[in-house]
Design a protein around this ligand. Structure first.
Ligand code: BES
Ligand code: MN
Ligand code: ZN
Length: 508
């Protein structure tokens, strides 16, 4: 755990184990000289000697003394601050680096002043929010199943954030909200990181229900019987091979205003994707416990929603299944009928995400008459191959909604990149025997795009954005504030989007 507390006093009064300083590339050493030399008289010499100039990603750790106690002095480089949103990202990485240094040296306390928000292009509140989100994100460790104590990260770290008095109130607001976001992110990461046998659809749905109870949201959990009764043939088809029942979990937040617009957020919740009878090779199966990341993200986002109480209705829908081969499993060649009545030829049982999303999306349209839908799904390896691990794929034909999502993405740090949803790709999923096929014809390539066109059949005329998070949901390397395992990608983006939803979308 890490606790962030605010102080309006002079930095060195906090009597911490460590003092950190964020500096730009080619910074003027005189700026922090008065403070640092009190702890480490040879400061100027050390900078030269160690060649530290404040480049992005660099750090310098010195050991000094304060009142006869050993303290650490940490300088963190922010790099060249002139590239818009990259500035903020550099800061996030520096904060993540600080947590890593604290963990490496086992500090119990650290203190720092927030850098100048104007330089980063942020408000004071937003800067405090980013700081707190990243510190808590960086501190997340999935070590529940590790037994050796020295590999666990159990000790408490207290981080004292020093701010000028006049900003104390906004800074506290920012720190608090940053924690709300990080807590949701870490909840989603935890669900993803759990082994697949510890998070089956019924267990996952229970967790969603508990979340709703704790945060005062309405929950509807459909079980297998209800799913079949409602005609959700996609979920039913995919679950056939598994010994675990499917679920459709729905959490509702209602705004206080009666005529508020409604946003549905839909997440793929395949608790394990073996591929089904179209079995995956074992190497590809290794990470498939994370195939429920979309569901985890939309459900955990509701934690944030219940606390910020936005002026719009937000409904999270998470279809949950396990995709397994067995004597009862669905077979290539089977035809399923989705909730909206459209038929789907199952050419490949490993293209299961779109089959369960078909039901969840068309149910969302029918039951909630939403003004917009955003879905998040670890849908295709093709998307991960195209964009790699730092950008999610964005697919949509609604430019205004796209613009909003991209803005939220740039603000929040959950990066997205738009790929074309050009109608030329549409015929790729034609079927000879049903309304559509669940894989695109090889002639068209573009597997991430043809998957998006499959989903389009289930959103009617509702403005809709599909985010393919296959590359970004887990296993992202190099970022100081992440760990091996799940990332919680999408929560920062959704929170930002929903907070700034201040005007209605134009009808298409
Ligand atoms: N869950 C996978 C996609 C995936 C792959 C996510 C790698 C994360 C990392 C999805 O269900 C799947 O198997 N997709 C197939 C689709 C194909 C059969 C058309 C794929 O991408 O190979
Ligand atoms: Mn699959
Ligand atoms: Zn899958």
């Amino acid at each position: 755990m890490i606790t962030t507390t605010l102080s309006t006093k002079n930095l060195l009064t906090s009597k911490s184990n460590a003092y950190a300083f964020f500096v730009e590339h080619d910074f003027d050493p005189a700026h922090i000289k008065d403070t640092v030399t009190q702890l480490y008289p040879a400061y100027a010499h050390a900078l030269k000697e160690r060649g530290f100039t404040g480049k992005a990603g660099s750090s310098l750790v010195l050991t000094g003394t304060q009142a006869n106690k050993a303290v650490y002095i940490i300088l963190l480089g922010l790099g060249d601050l002139k590239k818009g949103y990259q500035n903020v990202e550099n800061y996030r990485r520096a904060v993540g680096q600080l947590v890593r240094i604290a963990e490496f040296h086992k500090f119990h306390s650290l203190a720092f002043e927030l850098p100048d928000p104007a330089v980063l292009g942020l408000s004071y509140e937003r800067l405090a929010q980013e700081t707190s989100t990243i510190m808590h994100k960086a501190r997340y460790h999935f070590d529940e199943f590790i037994t050796s104590e020295d590999r666990k990260f159990t000790w408490e770290i207290t981080a004292t954030v020093h701010v000028p008095k006049k900003f104390a109130e906004v800074a506290q607001k920012g720190l608090d909200f940053g924690l709300v976001i990080a807590d949701a992110i870490n909840t989603a990461r935890y669900w993803c990181d759990l082994p697949p046998s510890a998070l089956t659809p019924p267990i996952f749905a229970k967790k969603a229900e508990e979340l709703a109870k704790e945060y005062g949201l309405k929950a509807k959990i459909f079980d297998k019987k209800e799913i079949i009764k409602l005609g959700m043939g996609g979920i039913e088809g995919v679950c056939r091979g598994s010994m675990h029942e499917p679920r459709l979990a729905i959490l509702e937040y209602k705004a206080s205003k009666a005529k508020a617009p409604t946003l549905c957020i839909v997440g793929k919740g395949v608790t394990f994707d073996s591929g089904g009878l179209s079995l995956k090779p074992s190497a590809s199966m290794e990470t498939m416990k994370d195939d429920m990341a979309g569901a985890a993200v939309v459900l955990a986002t509701m934690k944030v929603i219940s606390q910020i109480k936005p002026a719009i209705n937000v409904i999270a829908l998470a279809p949950m299944v396990e995709n397994m081969p067995s004597g009862t499993a669905q077979k290539p060649g089977d035809i399923l009928t989705a909730f909206n009545g459209k038929t789907m030829e199952v050419a490949d049982t490993d293209a299961e995400g779109r089959l369960i999303l078909a039901d969840a999306l068309s149910y969302a349209v029918d039951a909630y008459k939403p003004d917009a839908i955003i879905d998040l799904a670890t849908l295709t390896g093709a998307c991960a191959a195209a964009l790699g691990v730092f950008y999610a794929g964005l697919f949509s034909q609604h430019d205004e909604l796209v613009e909003r999502v991209i803005k939220a993405s740039e603000h929040s740090g959950d990066k997205v990149w738009r790929l074309p949803m050009d109608n030329d790709y549409k015929p790729a999923i034609k079927s000879d025997v049903a309304d559509m096929r669940n894989i695109g014809s090889k002639k068209y390539m573009g597997g991430a795009i043809t998957a998006a066109f499959f989903l389009q059949n289930f959103v009617g005329n509702v403005p809709w954005v599909h985010l393919d998070i296959a590359g970004v949901a887990f296993g992202v390397p190099d970022l100081s504030y992440l760990r091996p395992g799940a990332t919680g990608f999408g929560i920062r983006l959704l929170a930002d989007l929903i907070m700034h939803w201040d005007r209605d979308l134009k009808k298409k």
